[in-house]
Design a protein around this ligand. Structure first.
Ligand code: ATP
Ligand code: MG
Length: 653
């Protein structure tokens, strides 16, 4: 760690707002960074539309737009009249520029299988598949459901849809047949692209079997295209099911990309379902491609020489924007991994970084907290010296997890970009820019250039310092254009709370230096004795204790206080749960934040209920704490976790 950082590191957190540790990029990083100075913020501030139009020109357009923005709140149109194709921008232009031989995807399977696909290979595969799905009757505007393991064909399928103007909707390969069915039905998809099976911790996930159950009750599905990947026996329904390799073999080599209107729909993606019934979020072509291309370049500092690795699944928005579209539009080499961090051993991520000399790692706080729990011996046994930049997304990152990531994985030399955004925003909204930002652990810094975010009071007054509801002030290019089939829900969910502001549903605090601290979902914020307390603050105080790996807190109804805080705590390996530690942890929170935030109950647990994307589902913990029957558990990764926790809680209280 550079000396100046070491010095700054002496200060510790009292409350989140008093986090005093700061980290600056090294001179070396700064010198080579894509964004070297903060004039980019000034430029964006001067004329937001002109700023985005400049970055839209990093793409190749068939026809330039007539107008940058048409804003009839809450409906935005960006680059009106412009024509382009996303697959052309991700593939053809790199091949044409002579970079076809460059690796696009370095794929590794769970058992260590390897495949390298160059941009030329991707280009060929996408062209052939585009022709193959056209031959199956899929036309511009039709919906195609993609239900795949983490294999290159997942990105190929997305890009093939984009090439012919079909709208893809990717459904995470871990979803059940019911979830798959609901999403196919809502989108009225005509074609389903899947695989025979996928790998998970040494077992085979029978994707085709699950897909068969869903497809049987989805009359909109005319064909199912099946990638042979796991080579497990599957039923192929005559007339409906076709092997992917047979279909592409017959297809012609070139498919003319459809000249898409900037506002034509590129994809629908259902939100991961932390809060309730999934919404089909609509993204269009021109604005989305502009935002993901630019933000990938600024935030991940992508260079021709990088080996970038985003560990998200293609089924989440992160996999759309920062595996398929953003990185490929930038022509970068990336690792794609079908597997889990603990198979066959808990050092799998670090082995991959060592093997492929990964330079940029983008992962989730939930993974980082699991690594902390497992201990430093796993990363320490691997050579991580190729890393130069680290990123996180998905949840607020607790300062202690940030510091661990910085020291143990980044060896004190890699800037960390904590990126706040959502399925709805399409691209990163609040994040450091690694070559110029002085970061504070736990803060996502401030809105990116071209984005105007603020915090509001409940009455809708803007706050320049202090806590409130996060809100976005103006339309941005990759903004969602609606909820599929439900315009009213779009208005109600995002635009009706305060006029003229987009409401993401998260709480944020702005510190005196203008840094944003994401506090979690506003539905989870606890009102204790008249004070709003973010779940993030109490959880971070708990994780700050050396024995704690992960914590989730919720406010539960209390006859005396109105609301009492219950904390569910996962200990690092080697620590003993019990009354003694419970008291220690309560005191620890007292000391860090104050008595007001002291949990009245601490429940030690081996696991926490999480969505399939790895986020803690606090509303279920509230159900447990308040002794209610559990609410909707369909989006949980493992429903047995919450059942076991409920039993334990009921026994202990
Ligand atoms: P649903 O909207 O269906 O409940 P979801 O919100 O989990 O699901 P996503 O769009 O994948 O679906 O997640 C976006 C949310 O994740 C944000 O609104 C925020 O709550 C959280 N989040 C993402 N990144 C960060 C971050 N860097 N810091 C804090 N919170 C984050
Ligand atoms: Mg959400």
């Amino acid at each position: 760690m550079p000396d100046e950082n070491k010095q700054k590191n002496q200060g510790t957190m009292k409350t989140l707002l008093e986090e005093t540790r700061t980290f600056r990029p090294s001179e070396e990083f700064k010198k080579n960074a894509n964004v070297k100075d903060d004039s980019i913020y000034k430029e964006a501030g001067k004329n937001r539309e002109a700023f985005w139009a400049k970055y839209a020109q990093d793409l190749e357009w068939y026809k330039k737009w007539d107008k940058v923005l048409e804003w009839k709140a809450p409906f935005a149109k960006w680059f009106v009249g412009g024509k382009l194709n996303a697959s052309y921008n991700c593939l053809d232009r790199h091949v044409k520029a002579g970079n076809g031989g460059k690796a696009a995807i370095l794929w590794e399977g769970e058992e260590g299988e390897q495949r390298t696909l160059t941009y030329e290979d991707m280009y060929k595969a996408v062209n052939k598949l585009a022709n193959a799905i056209k031959a199956l009757g899929v036309a511009k505007g039709d919906r195609v459901a993609i239900y795949m393991p983490m294999i290159p064909e997942a990105s190929i399928a997305m890009l093939a849809c984009a090439r012919i103007g079909a709208i893809h909707t990717v459904i995470f390969g871990g979803f059940s047949s019911d979830s798959l069915k609901d999403r196919i039905d809502d989108a009225q998809a005509k074609l389903l692209i899947t695989a025979d099976g996928g790998a998970r911790r040494g077992k085979m996930v029978p994707l085709k079997e699950v897909a068969d159950v869903a497809a049987a009750s989805c009359p909109s599905i005319k064909h199912v295209l099946v990638v042979k990947h796991a080579s497990n026996p599957v039923n192929m329904k005559t007339g409906r099911d076709i092997w992917y390799h047979e279909a592409v073999e017959k297809a012609a080599d070139y498919c003319e990309p459809e000249k898409m209107d900037a506002e034509d729909i590129l994809f629908i993606l259902y939100t991961s379902g932390t809060t309730g019934k999934p919404k089909g979020i609509i993204h269009t072509t021109g604005g989305y491609m502009t935002s993901v291309t630019a933000t990938a370049k600024w935030v991940f500092d992508l260079k021709k020489s990088d080996v970038y690795w985003c560990t998200a699944d293609v089924g989440w928005v992160t996999g759309h924007s920062y595996i398929t579209y953003g990185p490929m539009s930038n022509g970068v080499t990336q690792v794609m991994f079908e597997g889990t961090p603990d198979y066959p051993e808990r050092n799998r991520f670090w082995k991959i970084i060592e093997k492929y000399k990964v330079t940029i790692l983008y992962t989730a706080p939930t993974a980082i907290r699991a690594f902390m729990k497992w201990g430093t011996q796993w990363p320490e046994g691997c050579d991580l010296s190729s890393l130069r930049l680290l990123g996180t997304v998905g949840e607020p990152i607790n300062p202690e997890a940030w510091i661990w990531y910085h020291e143990v994985i980044g060896k004190g030399k890699c800037p960390i970009v904590d990126t706040w955004w959502q399925t709805e925003t399409g691209s990163i909204m609040i994040s450091p820019i690694p070559g110029i930002t002085t970061t504070k652990p736990g803060s996502a810094y401030r809105p990116l250039p071209g984005i105007e975010a603020t915090a509001l009071t409940a009455e809708g007054k803007e706050i320049t310092e202090g806590g409130g509801y996060l809100a976005i002030k103006n339309p941005w290019p990759s903004m969602l254009r609606g909820i599929w089939g439900n315009e009213q829900r779009y208005k109600d969910t995002y635009w009706s709370r305060w006029e003229g502001y987009y409401f993401p549903g998260d709480g944020a605090r702005i510190d005196p230096e203008g840094y944003f601290w994401l506090l979690g979902r506003v539905d989870d914020i606890m009102l204790v004795a008249g004070h709003n307390i973010g779940t993030m603050e109490v959880e971070s105080a708990l994780v700050d204790h050396p024995s704690v790996a992960e914590a989730a807190v919720v406010g539960i109804k209390d006859d005396v206080k109105g609301t009492a805080i219950a904390a569910f705590v996962i200990l690092k390996e080697g620590n003993k749960a019990g009354k003694e530690l419970e008291d220690v942890l309560k005191k620890h929170v007292d000391g860090k934040i104050g008595a007001i935030a002291r949990p009245s109950k601490i429940i030690f647990s081996a696991e926490l209920p999480k969505t399939r994307s790895g986020k803690i589902m606090r509303r279920l913990l509230r159900d447990i704490g308040e002794g209610r029957a559990l609410g909707d558990v369909t989006t949980l990764a493992d429903a047995s976790v919450v059942e076991a926790l409920k039993t334990k809680y009921d026994d202990e209280t």
